[in-house]
Design a protein around this ligand. Structure first.
Ligand code: SF4
Ligand code: SF4
Length: 206
């Protein structure tokens, strides 16, 4: 098993993580707000860059629990919200001629943290000071060309800081989705994507 100290990676910009047709570029509500503000998009323009990846069958609560980002109830069914994909299955924001991300500084947290995932090892007083474990994701191990014995050792502090932020954002995102899905299930709200986005937009003013 790898320890944080022995993880090796450098991004060689092969573009595989942006062009894999089986990968959904999942978004947290923080990602949506960053992209909205960075690109100065209104609510309809945001909807135009989102993909709604629906399930053909209902998920069990066990399956739902195992997911890093939970799907939400929408008018199109139970769905993951991610960035739209182009006709070849690559991310909408991948520029294949220059092999670059068009929203690099605004890219979602999953893009920033790829090929790593994080877990809390030990809580110290609060989650800000929690000890973070870092490991390669399965997709990372499968196709990231930046991982390998010839790659440099990772900058541990950089990745721990990023991992800590990612875990905090994921937790808040999880709570928001849980509240949304519960409200839909008890008939308190009718699930429309637009309504979900309005709730997210209001959060940034809190
Ligand atoms: S947002 Fe950028 S980094 Fe993320 S998958 Fe799309 S092109 Fe790649
Ligand atoms: S697959 Fe790995 S090396 Fe290739 S662009 Fe993505 S992060 Fe970089």
């Amino acid at each position: 098993m790898n320890t944080v100290k022995s993880l090796r990676f450098t991004c060689i910009r092969c573009g595989k993580c942006c062009t894999d047709k089986n990968t959904i570029v999942n978004l947290t509500y923080f990602d949506i707000l960053r992209i909205k503000n960075g690109l100065k998009l209104n609510i309809d323009e945001i909807i135009d860059i989102l993909g709604f990846y629906t399930f053909d069958k209902p998920l069990s609560s066990e399956e739902e629990k195992r997911m890093t980002i939970s799907p939400i109830e929408t008018e199109r069914g139970f769905a993951f919200i991610g960035l739209l994909k182009n006709s070849s299955g690559a991310c909408y924001f991948y520029e294949s001629n220059d092999e670059k991300c068009l929203i690099y500084n605004l890219r979602p947290i999953f893009c920033k943290t790829f090929p790593f995932s994080f877990g809390i090892l030990k809580k110290v007083n609060n989650e800000v000071n929690a000890e973070i474990d870092i490991f390669y994701t399965e997709k990372g191990k499968k196709f990231c060309l930046g991982i390998g014995k010839d790659a440099p050792l990772i900058d541990k502090d950089h990745w721990i800081n990023l991992g800590t932020r990612a875990l905090q954002e994921l937790k808040k995102n999880h709570n928001l989705i849980k509240e949304w899905n519960n409200s839909v299930r008890i008939g308190k709200i009718i699930p429309t994507v637009k309504k979900f986005l309005i709730i997210i937009f209001k959060l940034e003013n809190l």
